[in-house]
Design a protein around this ligand. Structure first.
Ligand code: C2E
Ligand code: CA
Ligand code: CA
Ligand code: CA
Length: 278
């Protein structure tokens, strides 16, 4: 028993049981949902200093008939623990390449699309095969694809991770370090990862105007990125005050509800039609 009184023991165990049950429902739901087309991607634009769309980030959405909308913050960690993330990543990689192909066929050009990889993805032995075969299937140049990898993901399996990232970079893919500033990695470690950009974590951006320490951390991240010759992208920008602080200290790209929320393909295509036709 984890608690002294009988009553709280019961409560605690019921809660545990509910949580385990939910995890199992989600695990089973993921496997079925991938087969039943319950997953889709939405795309959040990233803008440059002039406000022009400079790229998109693919974000997964799951509408389950039995569980309702389940947030990636809930199902991604469960998928990682259950060994299901590779199925999800196969799906995401395939969808992104398919989308790039479709847009290249119909519009003058296609923005670079970033997709999120988990720590376990970067260390999987068949990662390069998966990526190569998706790009070949849809005849996509690697320069249209970017991989976002969290700092923690980079550290999990260092030797193989660096090897994979070097290979991806050599092929012409773009690499970004996600949630930068939250992973406690050392400068010397970071300098070994062949990233072109770093994404400043939303938790720091949210503190702009309220917390001098967070502001100083953001400045330090931008200096560090300059040393590593990386572009900087601020995540979770929600207002003008955050934008003007970030612009003043030299941030290159911006992403957040202040500009665009993650958009359905149909909404995004209205923006893409503003690009000159092929
Ligand atoms: P992330 O990669 O850090 O993605 C940014 C999250 O912040 C997204 O949440 C996005 O919708 C949200 N966001 C963007 N702008 C703002 C803003 O201005 N304010 C606030 N409050 N939030 C903003 P989302 O889509 O719920 O995804 C959460 C996390 O789930 C992602 O964090 C990522 O770690 C993971 N994830 C999402 N899709 C995938 C995927 O396809 N594969 C993997 N492995 N992970 C994914
Ligand atoms: Ca991301
Ligand atoms: Ca992020
Ligand atoms: Ca995040």
């Amino acid at each position: 028993a984890r608690r002294s009184s009988d009553q709280s023991v019961t409560l605690f165990d019921e809660e545990d049981a509910l949580q385990i049950r939910r995890s199992v429902e989600i695990e089973v739901g993921i496997v079925n949902g991938l087969k039943q087309n319950e997953f889709r991607l939405v795309y959040q634009p990233k803008v440059d200093r002039e406000g022009k769309i400079a790229g998109l980030e693919a974000l997964l959405r799951w509408e389950s008939p039995s569980l309702g909308n389940v947030a990636p913050a809930e199902f991604i960690p469960i998928a990682e623990r259950a060994g299901l993330i590779r199925l999800i990543s196969n799906y995401v990689m395939n969808q992104v390449c398919c989308q790039v192909r479709d847009w290249l066929n119909r519009y003058a050009d296609c923005p670079v699309i970033a997709l999120n990889l988990s720590a376990t993805d970067i260390a999987r032995n068949d990662l390069l095969q998966l990526i190569d075969s998706c790009c070949n299937r849809y005849d996509i140049a690697p320069s249209y694809i970017e991989f976002e990898i969290t700092e923690t993901g980079l550290i999990a399996n260092e030797a193989l991770t660096i090897h994979h990232l070097d290979e991806l970079k050599a092929r012409g893919f773009n690499i970004a370090i996600d949630d930068f500033g939250t992973g406690y990695s050392s400068l010397s470690k970071l300098s070994h990862f062949p990233a072109q950009s770093v994404k400043i974590d939303r938790s720091f951006v949210a503190q702009i105007g309220y917390n001098k320490k967070s502001e100083m951390i953001i400045k330090a991240i931008i200096s560090l990125a300059n040393i590593l010759s990386c572009h900087t992208v601020a995540e979770g920008v929600e207002n003008e005050a955050q934008e003007s602080f970030l612009k003043e200290i030299g941030c290159d790209y911006f992403q957040g509800y202040y500009y665009y929320r993650p958009l359905e393909v149909s909404a995004l295509e209205l923006l893409l039609t503003e690009m000159p036709a092929k």
